[in-house]
Design a binder for this molecule. Structure first.
Ligand code: ASP
Ligand code: MG
Length: 440
């Protein structure tokens, strides 16, 4: 069995949705098809929810009406027969009655999450009816029957697997099972979600739970590239990555892949294949446990990074100092990304400034603090590059003209990260593209 996930842009236009049906049909064997909401829908639902939380009912109603018109137009092109037009109209009107009911009620965070779930619920229903109209045998399997998260918002993989077994068993004569990405139930059994972009994660959780042959993530790009095509002129697609390499890149490539996607797949050794709906012949990227020889695989960057330096003579030969520093970040639920230490100072980076002021105040108890905003992490990934000779020389030769604020290597064999001021990010990506890949 394969799991095929299609993102928002892949289902965002009626003709694209029809194309998805073709791709699903062309894939041999049994498959579970995971769909996102139509592109733009979740953003609109977020906006509607925000208006409602602020009590701005008129603004919410305006956005609801615009979205409703979009769906009315969508079904006109999706369905051909009158009978299925009527089915489409019924679906759309039912969803919008429900949204208006939510809007009219005492709107709270629970209502907000129910609202967010509507995008995937409606896209899968429309796709399923499209398959019905084309007489393609399939079934809808609601994700809310099996997908769940615990009180720490972590997916309950074992429970998901237990619930899926009989559900899929009951559909043993069906080749195409359609389900929603992103949505789930939480520990209070309320409707919840796996955070923005979470449909990838749904696909990998299902694929891991059923030990699928492959988890295929279909997007509108040719899998992963060695560098950011928006910043450097020439990039090359990466055909193979290991789970380790992919996890190093996941944080940076969140636009391509939800960062948690690799975790369950790696645990159960289920390959993840990234494919392009616009060019299904393109090989894409396959992520497996198999190591491929070679050196540098990819360079990725993330900006909006803040570097914090804590200088303290108390750090000298002391133990427990780093724990106390890290505790401050833990108390403010702020993840630390890069770290570099000397005997009397430690520098670290965070990617959110939400609690920066409070964190600074606490850190001042330990020593002097320096904060640099607008930094960028550049991450260089390759299979066991840190075990190879001359790797750092190549990296720093390439970065010869760029001031480097921090370096982190040796954390894993597959990664070297450097921190530069954001103004040097593009230059650094280009210099590394030339220095490490010979691409100009
Ligand atoms: N529709 C959700 C979002 O936009 C989930 C997804 O597309 O992966 O975040
Ligand atoms: Mg996505």
């Amino acid at each position: 069995m394969n799991v095929l996930k299609f993102g928002g842009t892949s289902v965002g236009k009626p003709e694209r949705m029809k194309k998805i049906a073709e791709l699903v049909l062309a894939t041999p064997g049994k498959k579970i098809v995971v769909l996102s909401a139509l592109s733009g829908t979740t953003n609109t639902l977020v906006a509607i929810g925000d208006h409602l939380l602020l009590g701005q009912k008129a603004k919410a109603e305006e956005a609801i009406s615009t979205l409703e018109k979009h769906y009315q137009g969508f079904i006109k092109d999706l369905f051909s027969s009158e009978a299925f037009q009527a089915i489409g109209e019924e679906i759309v009107s039912r969803f919008f009655i429900f949204m208006r009911m939510l809007a009219a009620s005492q709107f709270d965070n629970k209502g907000y999450r129910e609202l967010l779930a509507q995008g995937e619920l409606i896209s899968t229903e429309l796709f399923y009816q499209h398959l019905q109209e084309r007489k393609i045998s399939s079934r809808l399997l609601p994700a809310l029957y099996f997908m769940s998260i615990d009180e720490n918002e972590e997916p309950e993989l074992e429970k998901i697997a237990e619930r899926l077994k009989p559900l899929i068993g009951a559909l043993s004569n069906v080749d195409i099972i359609v389900t929603q990405g992103y949505i789930c139930r939480n520990h209070r059994n309320e409707i919840d979600n796996l955070k923005r972009g979470g449909s990838d994660y749904t696909a990998s959780l299902i694929g891991s739970a059923i030990r699928a042959e492959e988890i295929q993530i279909w997007t509108d790009i040719d899998g992963m590239h060695n560098n950011d095509p928006r910043i450097v002129k020439k990039t090359i697609p990466i055909s193979e990555l290991t789970f380790e390499e992919a996890s190093e890149l996941a944080y940076f490539g969140a636009k391509i892949l939800h960062p948690s996607t690799i975790v369950p797949a790696q645990k159960y050794n289920v390959p993840v294949r990234l494919k392009n709906t616009m060019d299904e012949k393109a090989p894409g990227t396959i992520i497996t446990g198999k190591e491929t020889p070679g050196s540098f695989k990819a360079i990725a960057a993330k900006d909006g990074i803040t570097a914090i330096k804590i200088k303290s003579s108390r750090m000298l030969m002391a133990y427990g100092f780093l724990r106390r520093v890290f505790e401050v970040f833990e108390n403010y639920k702020t993840p630390i990304d890069m770290i570099a230490t000397s005997e009397v100072a430690v520098s670290l980076t965070i990617d959110t400034n939400a609690h920066l002021a409070a964190i600074e105040t606490e850190l001042k108890k330990f020593g002097t603090i320096e904060v640099d905003n607008d930094q960028a992490i550049i991450c260089i990934v390759g299979n066991k590059i840190m075990d190879q000779q001359g790797v750092l020389t190549k990296v720093f030769d390439a970065l010869n003209e760029i001031p480097v604020r921090m370096v982190s290597c040796g954390g894993s064999a597959n990664n070297v990260s450097v921190l530069v001021d954001k103004q040097f990010k593009d230059k650094a990506l280009n210099a590394l593209n030339e220095g490490l890949f010979g691409l100009k």
